[in-house]
Design a protein around this ligand. Structure first.
Ligand SMILES: Nc1ncnc2c1ncn2[C@@H]1O[C@H](COP(=O)(O)OP(=O)(O)OP(=O)(O)O)[C@@H](O)[C@H]1O
Ligand SMILES: [Mg+2]
Length: 410
């Protein structure tokens, strides 16, 4: 039996994928109508195949997409073209917004979410807030709505890939490239934070890269179904869905999550990009979360010797377990990211390191050797200054001894 709904999606998909021309599809639709009138209904898929326009394999592939797109098909004003991907919560489709004749991406939430009025209220509230943001590094939210029992989120369509696509192929980014992406996402966060929107789910899957190298943060303002901790636990077993980027305070289920949680997650993503490894790995999600809470971070420059000391310092401050030890806001973070990108020392991070070191010395937690190591570990200009000081002190010491010896001989 022909399903006209599926037929119209299928027709669009085969044209979109250049499997058939517009004329060929129209011709087949006419044939379908004829069969219907003759009381021998046939689907468009069958007719396309019988006419020799598509192979069985091509049909199988596009029919699956057309079937999956059925719920989204009910959204008025949009023509669903293909499935872009799916995550833990929803499926994303590429669609054409008919009125403006432009491509968009539509995220369709599963039916079950409509049964949770509290979630639905949050979905609309945050969706509206996100639609008010406008930034080149944020995937633009366009609309939220409901059709046929499905809630949907319309956004800018981004042609490109996600950072996750690269990382899943074991790519290790060049420090400069990773910094360029991180700076752009930090700019996006600065814009959102200024409007009191915290992302809460910054991760490689939510960072899209366009063909011209522009990084865009996705899912801004997309309300989550559950608490951060529950979400992280539910993602158990999914290779990259595990809580590799979540801030300790989100794991603890704290409710006053602020900008610093996004800074932690961005730091974890930067760590992964420049070392090729997630900051904390373990066989189970709960073990990963435990490490975020308790285990000391292996400094990124210990894993990749080509990294600058500056980038390692910045990552460590971004990923401090206590949020009071992190950058207080993205503006300060951006100053350090730009400094490191320009080959200079990250002043905020370095001050923090030196303060920590002095505190450690005062409390006897850090030995003199360690302090010296830290001094020698610093950037070339600072090391130069310290060396000059040591040489001058040495020279002064020798001079005093010589004077004392001369005086004692008199
Ligand atoms: N605006 C967009 N333009 C183009 N493709 C997109 C867009 N938004 C999402 N996608 C694609 O759809 C996929 C699914 O996105 P979705 O947000 O549902 O899940 P996710 O972020 O990958 O993972 P999770 O659900 O685990 O958070 C993405 O990985 C991406 O490839
Ligand atoms: Mg996403």
């Amino acid at each position: 039996m022909a399903d006209t709904n599926i037929d119209s999606i299928l027709g669009r998909i085969v044209i979109e994928r250049n499997l058939c021309t517009d004329t060929e599809v129209k011709e087949c639709i006419e044939k379908v109508k004829k069969y219907n009138r003759a009381g021998k209904p046939r689907s468009l898929a069958e007719v396309l195949h019988a006419s020799g326009y598509v192979t069985r394999t091509q049909l199988k592939r596009v029919s699956k997409v057309a079937e999956e797109a059925k719920p989204a098909q009910k959204i008025p004003g949009f023509q669903i073209l293909e499935k872009l991907g799916s995550g833990a919560m929803a499926t994303v489709f590429k669609a054409k917004q008919v009125s403006l004749d432009r491509m968009v991406a539509i995220k369709v939430l599963p039916n079950r979410l409509s049964e949770n009025p509290e979630y639905v209220a949050r979905f609309y509230k945050e969706g509206k807030a996100a639609a008010m943001l406008n930034h080149r590094n944020i995937v633009q939210a366009i609309d939220v709505g409901e059709a046929g029992g499905y809630h949907y989120f319309v956004m800018e369509y981004v042609k490109g890939k996600t950072v996750y696509d690269d990382l899943s192929k074991n790519k290790v980014y060049k420090e400069s490239d990773a910094l360029d992406i991180t700076i752009q996402i930090a700019e996006a966060l600065a814009h959102a934070h200024a409007k009191n929107l915290i992302h809460r789910d910054v991760k490689p899957k939510n960072v899209m890269l366009t063909e011209d190298g522009i990084a865009k943060l996705a899912d801004m303002g997309l309300a989550r179904e559950m608490s951060d901790m529950e979400a992280a636990q539910q993602e158990a077993g999914r290779a990259y869905g595990t809580p590799y980027y979540i801030a300790p305070e989100q794991i603890r289920g704290e409710i006053d999550i602020d900008a610093r949680a996004d800074i932690y997650a961005l730091g974890a993503m930067l760590y992964h990009m420049i070392t090729g490894k997630v900051p904390f790995d373990a066989p189970t999600p709960s073990a990963v979360m435990h490490k975020h809470l308790k285990q000391q971070l292996v400094p990124p420059d210990h894993l990749n010797k080509e990294l600058s000391l500056g980038v390692a310092e910045v990552v460590e401050v971004m990923m401090a377990k206590d949020r009071n030890e992190r950058y207080a806001n993205v503006k300060l973070l951006l100053e350090d990211l730009h400094a490191v990108r320009n080959g200079e020392a990250p002043l905020h991070a370095r001050t923090r390191f030196n303060d920590e070191m002095l505190e450690g010395l005062e409390q006897g937690q850090i030995g003199i050797d360690h302090a010296l190591e830290n001094v020698l570990d610093q950037g070339p200009e600072q090391t130069g200054l310290k060396m000059a000081l040591i040489i001058s002190l040495g020279a002064l010491f020798i001079a005093i001894i010589v004077i004392v010896m001369i005086l004692s001989q008199k």
